[in-house]
Design a protein around this ligand. Sequence first.
Ligand code: HEM
Length: 469
Amino acid sequence: MILLLPVTLALLFGTVILVLIFHQFFLVKHHEPKGLPSGTMGLPFVGETFGFFTPHKSFSIGNFLQEHRSRYGEVFKSYLLGSPTIVSCDLELSRFVLQNEGKLFQSCYPKSVSDILGKYSLMIVTGDLHKKYRNIEVGLINKFKCTPDSLSNIDKLCVSLMKSWRGNPLVLLSKEAKQFSFNLMLMNLFDMKPGEPLGLQLLEDFHTFMKGFVSIPINLPWTPYAKAMKARTRISSTLKQVLKDRENRKDVEVLNGPAKVDPSDDNLLKEHLRDVLFAGYETTSGLLSLLVYFLAQSPQALQNLKDEHRALRRKKKEWEPLNWEDYKQMEFTIMVINETLRCGNLVKFVHREAINDVDFKGYHIPAGWKVLPILSAVHLDPSLHENPSEFNPWRWSEPATSKKVIPFGGGSRLCPGWELAKLEAAFFLHHLVLNYRWTMKEDDYPMLYPYMEFPRGLLISLEAETSEF
Ligand code: HEM
């Protein structure tokens, strides 16, 4: 009896190995279409998923892409997250994929992502539904930046953030930036003031939600994934409460605005609001943290920035809030933001699948295969950008630079929040550089997990800026 156990285990183990070999050689390899880019499908079932998802610094492409690119070229095949995949580090192919959304390719996020975001999330829906929902969400987002009132609210929130740091020599910047950008979203979407109890509840649930979004999708009570699914339900019910409060205050207009969402369709409206919150919150806060990080190491850029904002301040009344015209004058600031997006790589790649067989630049992409345009690989491509890992805002005085980056994706899914994110970052920088000087307290750097995060939270020491305008 005792002897039977090892024999059974050995048989079981042997069978598993045989099944894996069969899968790899007969199902995967022998059914591969002809003319694919070179590459390897890696281990049975998991393919190269672990290598691809190994974290690395965000201003590098990481060992996996580095090795694959030098071995197979800019475009290669692989097996990732359970699907045969074409990985594109090539600007032209990636742009072609993004611009042919709905025709040759379509958005195709893994099931774990759609489980968490919900099946009505803009990133998940395709075709006509995508067009319809995009109009609604673009309407919600444009309301943030199109009215002088909302710009002045953004400015006020920046001022109060700077005040809250007074007498605080040490600040954990990424935490502060997250709270700040969440408050911005709540203020813009729901007219909520920082510190309102429902807002705090939402922030807490969003933390849990985001952790689950980037975790391994195992649905057991203690896993971040399961906790995120629960947080999502709580977020929905808090949003319901928020909507009810706003309705009682008779200002549904705040939510409805130009987007024309039927207020009676509460559920759908909640989905859109949560979606915009999700898409805008950590991306904006990530951008703010990256700006602080890169500027701490680039004294010349910081000095130029201070000069630009001091000149702008001299033209305004003492505490007059910033407006759209001021934003349009912040030329060097925009160069700094663009360079930060290029080096910081907030979104490493996007998920697509081929609807039809596609042949482009000699690469064959079979229908049904996944395609991953790697945005960061384009940004750090030495054939497109000189010394790509160097933070150099001045490269943006060359107009062609903007044609060689895709931080906000492209085509019909181009990020609808791109300008709002830049505007908020510009307002934040204005107040930051006029009020403070800062240095990094710890050796920290942005990592891609693949979401961007500072492992130590970006601890900085602050000193009040004493120089006169
Ligand atoms: C620096 C900040 C940001 C970056 C780098 C960024 C990047 C991106 C990228 C790459 C996509 C395309 C995803 C894809 O093609 O699958 C996207 C989509 C999207 N972004 Fe942003 N984003 C930022 C800020 C924002 C903000 C502030 C908002 C809203 C307030 C927002 C809302 C959205 C939405 C709703 C989508 C989905 C669009 C669609 O599928 O049609 N983003 N973003």
